[in-house]
Design a protein around this ligand. Structure first.
Ligand SMILES: [Fe+2]
Length: 463
């Protein structure tokens, strides 16, 4: 590798580490043009494509690396991720198993194999068995058990998670990461006072960390401490004014405290619109586009269970669908953009709307199975959020099953804060709403499936 390539590579790595992934990609693409045979550039380009959801490009580069015998832990890990992103579950597992041959004590890989096992089988025992197949002796301190606790939470074994963390706390009482996880688990198990005592301690030392702050706010709200929460959220919003999760918590505090500012934010008539998706060019009518879209998405939904850390329950999720080469998937962004312009014209007026530059930041698809639902949540990184329903269910006689509900918070509170708006899914209709708006779905009761595409929209100035 020449000096210039070396410089490019280290600059790209620096930017990737800092989260400037798009810029890192630009540098790597230019380095790749200079020397397409350089395996280090090629590997980093593959990894960066994968980070950004360009799974096909990541896959092709990794396969080239494998074909020239550039075999190592990292190449097989990135190959596994790319295959998983493309819905190639068996191939992803094979790549992960090859990575494991190079390093069988790496927590990241252990977590990813456990997640893939969970997504492929939905089997709790099989998922937990993955941990026992890694080389335990190389893990230091509580980290392996912490990983086990994290996985227990993802597969909804909340009590077992809490018991495991409580026992670890006896051995490692000063471990900050452990205290944080314990507090989160206590909250999940409705041990509200216990959760708050630890969240207060952690928050005092990490006031600038938005995730720590949000957890502390969740604990305060669960204990009915809205006035304390009000001060905490106001300070946090001064540091993170665009954090939609903080705005969402503040809105519920206003609602409980009868503050009129709540209704300005949660003005459903003005800010929540349901409209038919625009037919993208290349299709003569919406129905023919929806049929193609459904076919493409059904081909990708090969999972039995949800990925870790998502709001979906009893469902399959495919991410970055706007980055796929498939014609129908690529056209979705173009179709949605026209709906966003219509939304903005109505919500803020044509003059203001014309000065805004909205852009789709991410798009993903969810297929819910029987009993499937989304827990109440917000989209922290978005500005506007959207969901397009493709196979809505007939909710008659089934308590609005599969419907979208808005306004009910995703945290515990002793106050009465029910959903305020229920939207019945209509095939080919897209619902657009602000990303700070709490939303979830009513579980599917009857045997049914519910296929949707969700997307977040940001303003170009935010990039
Ligand atoms: Fe959502």
């Amino acid at each position: 590798m020449g000096n210039n390539l070396n410089k490019d590579l280290s600059l790209a790595l620096q930017n990737r580490r800092r989260g400037n992934t798009e810029y890192a990609l630009k540098i790597l693409l230019s380095a790749f043009e200079k020397d397409p045979a350089d395996v280090y550039v090629k590997y980093n380009l593959a990894a960066t494509f994968g980070d950004l959801g360009y799974f096909q490009r990541a896959l092709e580069l990794c396969e080239e690396l494998v074909s020239v015998k550039f075999h190592n832990f990292h190449v097989f890990l990135v190959l596994g991720r790319a295959r998983l992103g493309l819905g190639q579950t068996e191939g992803a597992m094979k790549a992960y198993q090859r990575a494991k041959k190079y390093n069988n004590s790496e927590p990241i890989l252990c977590r990813e194999i456990a997640q893939l096992t969970w997504m492929m089988t939905g089997d709790k025992k099989e998922t937990l068995k993955v941990i026992s197949e890694f080389e335990l002796s190389n893990f230091k301190g509580p980290s392996l058990k912490v990983l086990e606790a994290e996985i227990l939470g993802h597969i909804q074994e909340f009590r077992k998670q809490y018991d495991l963390l409580a026992s670890l706390m006896l051995s490692f009482p000063d471990d900050r990461q452990l205290q944080y996880l314990y507090s989160r688990s206590a909250l999940k198990n409705r041990e509200f006072e216990e959760a708050l005592s630890y969240s207060s301690l952690i928050y005092e030392n990490n006031k600038s960390n938005s995730d720590v702050t949000i957890h502390h706010l969740n604990c305060l709200m669960a204990c009915g401490e809205e006035k304390r929460a009000k001060n905490v959220v106001e300070s946090a919003l001064r540091l993170h004014p665009r954090n939609q999760h903080l705005i969402a918590i503040q809105a519920i505090i206003w609602r409980i405290l009868d503050d009129s500012r709540y209704r300005q934010l949660y003005n459903y008539d003005l800010f929540v619109h349901q409209q038919p998706l625009t037919t993208p060019s290349g299709w003569t009518n919406l129905e023919s586009y929806l049929t193609d879209l459904e076919d493409s998405l059904n081909d990708l939904h090969r999972f039995q269970s949800h990925p870790f850390s998502q709001s979906v329950r009893q469902g399959s999720q495919v991410s970055h669908i706007n980055k796929f080469a498939d014609k129908a998937l690529r056209a979705y962004e173009q179709a949605l953009k026209k709906n966003i312009i219509e939304y903005l014209n109505r919500a803020v007026g044509k003059d203001k709307a014309s000065s805004l530059s909205p852009s789709v930041s991410s798009a993903w698809s969810v297929k819910l199975f029987e009993n499937g639902h989304h827990t109440n949540h917000v989209h922290q990184e978005g500005w506007l959020s959207s969901v397009c329903h493709l196979t809505p269910t007939n909710s008659q006689g089934h308590n609005n099953q599969g419907c979208l509900k808005l306004g009910e918070p995703g945290f515990w509170t002793p106050r009465n804060v029910p959903a305020e708006k229920i939207i019945k899914p209509l095939r080919g209709h897209v619902v657009i709403f602000p990303s700070y708006m709490w939303h979830g779905t009513i579980p599917l009761i009857a045997p049914a499936e519910r296929l949707t595409i969700a997307a977040d929209i940001i303003l170009k100035d935010d990039i």
